[in-house]
Design a protein around this ligand. Structure first.
Ligand SMILES: Nc1ncnc2c1ncn2[C@@H]1O[C@H](COP(=O)(O)OP(=O)(O)OP(=O)(O)O)[C@@H](O)[C@H]1O
Length: 262
């Protein structure tokens, strides 16, 4: 349902040009939960943000259900983006709006009438099981509740694809498990395809069907976790992460272990 073809994105800083995403191609099937893991600075978030063109690639194509988003005009792109929801590490809720008004926001922008907005907001809140927080302001919510409201806001436009940028990095282990279960439920019950960027093995290992390991702007290796026997990890880092035991739960830490053993 999603094909990235030869995505290139570079940034120019004081020390010159950096190819942060360097000719990446990948394919996400309908109904997949697809993980992208990598060390800090590997280019994961930038790659994720090219999918909905929050970050426009310098070159390459982003095909969503047979349409190349990079070729669309402003109006068509706005409509196509309605099929893609997104959640972030730090939730990005609007502090001076209630939960109800936060979830309403994307529908207001899309010009959805008030009565339909109400139905869809309540439907979204029911999915994340937080109907009792409808009139509360974000400051009164726990981190896990904030992320659930952010999920409800992402779902209210009824997307086909949900992008998750480090969705549990700001949460404790119990809340992480709860959010991952919500994401898995959403994938199974609402048939929403999910792409998750993370540096935690627990996240990708527990719910992803496929995982790409990103290193310095390129996809080093892709593993099909559903077909583990046919696809054993090849690189040292992938072996450490995927055949780990408890000690290599976090990608930067796993690289540290490799360096220490050099
Ligand atoms: N808008 C920007 N302008 C300049 N440099 C940027 C910009 N966005 C990202 N970068 C740089 O690109 C590199 C990759 O960043 P990115 O956030 O994609 O990595 P990441 O793998 O998601 O890392 P992290 O897990 O630390 O967020 C970093 O060196 C970052 O400083």
């Amino acid at each position: 349902m999603l094909e990235l073809q030869n995505i290139l994105k570079s940034f120019t800083g004081a020390d010159g040009r950096h190819d942060v995403v360097n000719n990446v191609s990948l394919s996400v099937g309908k109904g997949d939960i697809y993980g992208i893991i990598g060390a800090s600075g590997a280019g994961k978030s930038t790659l994720l943000r090219t999918i909905n063109l929050l970050e426009r690639p310098d070159s390459g194509e982003v095909w969503l259900e047979g349409v190349d988003l990079t070729k669309l005009g402003k109006r068509e792109l706005r409509l196509a983006r309605g099929q893609i929801g997104m959640i972030f590490q730090h939730f990005h809720l609007i502090e001076n709006r209630t939960v109800y008004d936060n979830i309403s926001f994307p529908l207001e922008i899309a010009g959805v009438p008030k009565k339909e907005r109400r139905e869809r907001i309540l439907e979204s809140l029911a999915i994340v099981d937080l109907q009792d927080k409808v009139l509360v302001y974000p400051a009164k919510l726990s981190g896990g509740q904030k992320q659930r409201i952010a999920i409800a806001r992402a779902l209210v436009a009824r997307p086909k694809l949900l992008l998750c940028d480090e969705p549990t990095s700001a949460l404790d282990p119990d809340t992480t498990g709860q959010i991952l279960r919500f994401l898995q439920d959403i994938n199974r019950k609402l048939h929403i395809t999910i792409v998750i960027v993370s540096h935690e093995m627990e996240v990708v290992g527990s719910i992803c069907s496929k995982v790409s390991l990103m290193e310095r702007g390129v996809i080093a290796e892709t593993l099909d976790l559903a077909e583990r026997k046919q696809h054993e990890p090849k690189s040292q880092i992938a072996k450490l992460l995927f055949n780990h035991g408890q000690e290599a739960k976090e990608v930067d830490y796993a690289y540290g272990l490799l360096r220490a053993n050099d």
